[in-house]
Design a protein around this ligand. Structure first.
Ligand code: C5P
Ligand code: MG
Length: 157
């Protein structure tokens, strides 16, 4: 068994007026538009869950939570993340640190960085200092979607 494994994930959702925007388990109440999604559309948590699975070559969350399954409609993405963390532990690994990038033109999220990192850290049983959260605009190139990308380092239990 490798002592460390790296995982990478990404996710994107289209934005539409009148929908919720949830990122890292937090409602972004001042968002002018929210995510079009089968679940709660939390691109950050979907990305992290995919990064965990990718690090262990376990495929992606679509295999475990198919968006055709009514059971997962409006699903709280923390449930998806917890399931992927359980799979990670079953395989003998735990996350050591995480780097997450969220690309979104509006609203600005910098003021909520510590809150988002803290919430993700709590969900993952990590110290907040192990969760790096960066924000980028698309410079107007992709104003109609929210995109997240993440790398995670897994260490052997
Ligand atoms: O993408 P760009 O380099 O233009 O981002 C400039 C700054 O805006 C960065 O410091 C970033 O943290 C912040 N930002 C933000 N919320 C976003 C996008 C970018 O706070 N939604
Ligand atoms: Mg998603």
């Amino acid at each position: 068994m490798l002592p460390y494994r790296v995982g990478y994930g990404e996710d994107a959702h289209r934005l539409q007026v009148g929908l919720r925007l949830v990122l890292g388990g937090l409602d972004i109440v001042d968002a002018p538009r929210g995510a079009v999604a089968h679940s709660d559309g939390d691109a950050a948590l979907h990305t992290i869950a995919d990064a965990l699975l990718s690090g262990l070559a376990l495929g992606d969350i679509g295999q475990y939570f198919p968006d055709t399954d009514v059971a997962w409609k409006h699903l709280d993405s923390a449930t998806i993340l917890r399931r992927c963390l359980a799979l990670t532990r079953e395989r003998g690994y735990r996350p050591a640190n995480l780097a997450l990038v969220i690309t979104l033109d509006q609203p600005k999220l910098g003021a909520r960085r510590a809150e988002i990192a803290g919430r993700i850290a709590a969900l993952m049983d990590l110290d907040a200092s192990a969760v790096g959260v960066s924000f980028k605009t698309s410079e107007g190139l992709a104003p109609d979607h929210v995109q997240a990308r993440a790398t995670v380092l897994l260490e052997r239990l």
